[in-house]
Design a protein. Structure first.
Length: 298
């Protein structure tokens, strides 16, 4: 029961590898690099071994190896050559591919091995920006195109969340060194995409500030409660899919009326900020297009 079987369409392979389906078909026909299975109606489908091979071929191709040369290599040589390239050049693309394979096969052992290999060369911050952010962007696309299931997304997100919690705990024991602001981090109601907010919490604590992390699906009333205890609050709200497009402006207006005063600010980040009406003055509200930009303003 531990042998997880997954099959993929050629469109899935395109989404996972970044190689166009048309190109994959040419590589199959001309160079025989993949051996698809076929349904009773003669439609191609692929297993995990095909996906792994294609991801390896993609990396070699990105580093200048011609597909005609790759196709003549013994099957066992391709992963060995990939490892040589990774050790001598950049581990980023290989790590993203390995994390994808871990996700597709629900393989936490592969996840931890890949992460630990990265940690031997990079800091946690470098891993997050160089690998995790691009990975999560890809996973969002894969989920939207039905290439992966919600179970895949939850599996890989939980493992990343573990690493965020471990690294945050290490620095939470330190006394804050800056006291001009207090950061309150939260997600709006029905928003559950927490990884970006968790990383912002890590960065803000690292900068020397005290944070209050409220997490996902926080009602406005809970934010109002904090005003009884603190001043100089910066509320940080991460809006990935909530509030919905039609409700974003009303939600921000409600926050302006209910929680903002002369000593507080509201910082907004996430995809839904694109739908804010820029014609209306936002007052003590700032919007950020990326995690890096927000961190630079801390």
């Amino acid at each position: 029961m531990n042998n997880i079987k997954n099959t993929f369409s050629i469109k899935d392979l395109e989404n996972l590898s970044g190689i166009k389906a048309h190109t994959i078909r040419i590589w199959e026909k001309r160079y025989n690099v993949l051996e698809p299975m076929r349904t009773d109606t003669n439609i191609r489908y692929y297993d995990l071994s095909c996906l792994q091979k294609l991801l390896n071929i993609t990396l070699l191709h990105e580093y200048g190896y011609k597909i005609s040369k790759i196709s003549k290599m013994p099957v066992e040589k391709i992963p060995l050559l990939v490892r040589e390239i990774v050790s001598s050049k950049s581990a980023k693309n290989h790590a993203i591919s390995a994390f994808k394979m871990a996700m597709m096969n629900f393989d936490q052992t592969l996840f931890f091995k890949t992460y630990n290999d990265l940690l031997s060369e990079k800091t946690f911050k470098e891993i997050f920006f160089d690998v995790v952010v691009p990975l999560m962007n890809e996973i969002g696309f894969l989920w939207q195109t039905d290439t992966i299931t919600p179970a895949h997304e939850h599996f890989i997100s939980y493992l990343i969340k573990q690493k965020l919690l471990i690294n945050t705990e290490k620095i939470q024991v330190l006394e804050p060194t800056k006291h001009d602001k207090l950061f309150v981090l939260y997600l709006p109601m029905n928003e559950i995409h927490e990884l970006g907010l968790m990383y912002l919490n890590y960065e803000i604590i690292s900068s020397g500030y005290k944070t209050i992390y409220l997490g996902e699906s926080v009602p406005t009333e809970s934010l109002k409660d904090l005003k009884k205890y603190f001043t100089d609050i910066v509320y940080v709200c991460y809006m990935t899919v909530e509030p919905e497009k039609a409700d974003v402006n009303n939600y921000v207006k409600q926050l302006q009326n209910d929680i903002l005063d002369d000593t507080s600010e509201l910082w907004l980040i996430g995809r839904m900020t694109e739908y804010l009406d820029q014609k209306n003055p936002l007052g003590k509200v700032k919007t950020f297009s990326s995690i890096e930009q927000l961190v630079d303003n801390v």
